[in-house]
Write a protein that binds this ligand. Structure first.
Ligand SMILES: [Zn+2]
Ligand SMILES: [Zn+2]
Length: 254
């Protein structure tokens, strides 16, 4: 139980905390009895969940932000196949509590997890070395309309809207469209998957003349193989974009 407050002003807060004890957004366990052991993005998590929160560690690949070995500038994946995007930024490793919370956010509309992830995105967008002034357009990875109806929201749009300092003119929420739902791709190899994904996206007819010469930042919740980001980058570059970078909250680490 929380100790009683010393000052009179804190009595109300104390009473509220007693009735509605703060809980960990990762596991929903009350966290009032835990000592404050972390700061920043981690402050709201209990120690158990905190143990499975991993930030990306340096050195990172200069293209895709996958951790690299020793002094290597690029990871082995980017050496084998240079992505169509110039640079991908990400804050966390797609594992542990981030993966669980993202899953609950997307598939069970868990707003507590979602709110926390959105706050982490907002903070990460400021701490990563992103030159926000550089981008004329910030574009979310779109969902297929059917998926959007089922889910009720596009997590990439929600994540974008939490980023501070973005101007209205930078937000381009409808430049890309998902015209085909891609469900099961496990049996396909990388090239087949890439072809399949390219057919799943297109540039909106009304946006075609706007994209030429623009530097675009594409935003998604997670980067796994990079195939989705590449498929979107392909269409933006085909429409004349000068360059495409990618920002995701987290990314898979092999
Ligand atoms: Zn927890
Ligand atoms: Zn790389």
């Amino acid at each position: 139980m929380l100790p009683p407050p010393r000052s009179l002003q804190s009595w109300t807060q104390w009473a509220v905390a007693l009735c509605f004890p703060p809980s960990c957004p990762g596991c929903r366990e009350p966290i009032a009895h835990y000592p404050q052991s972390a700061s920043g993005e981690d402050a709201s998590l209990c120690p158990v969940c905190l143990k499975t929160l991993f930030r990306l560690w340096t050195p990172l690949c200069k293209i895709c932000s996958h951790p690299t070995l020793g002094q290597e500038i690029y990871c082995s994946t980017c050496v084998r196949h240079r992505p169509l995007f110039d640079r991908a930024f990400s804050a966390f490793v797609y594992v542990g509590i981030v993966q669980q919370m993202l899953h609950r956010y997307k598939y069970r509309n868990d707003r507590v997890a979602g709110k926390t992830l959105e706050q982490w995105m907002a903070k990460s967008s400021q701490s990563l070395e992103i030159n926000w002034w550089e981008y004329e357009a910030v574009v979310p990875v779109p969902l297929h309309p059917k998926r959007l109806r089922e889910r009720g929201f596009n997590q990439s749009v929600r994540l974008i809207l939490t980023i501070p300092n973005l101007t209205q003119s930078q937000l381009q929420l409808h430049w890309l469209q998902r015209v085909k739902a891609t469900q099961h791709q496990y049996t396909l190899n990388y090239q087949e998957r890439q072809q399949n994904l390219r057919r799943a996206f297109q540039v909106h007819e009304k946006a075609k003349h706007l994209i030429r010469g623009k530097r675009v930042l594409l935003v998604d919740d997670v980067l796994t193989s990079g195939a989705t980001a590449e498929a979107c980058a392909y269409h933006l570059l085909q429409a004349g974009a000068k360059k495409v970078d990618v920002l995701t909250l987290c990314r898979a680490v092999l």
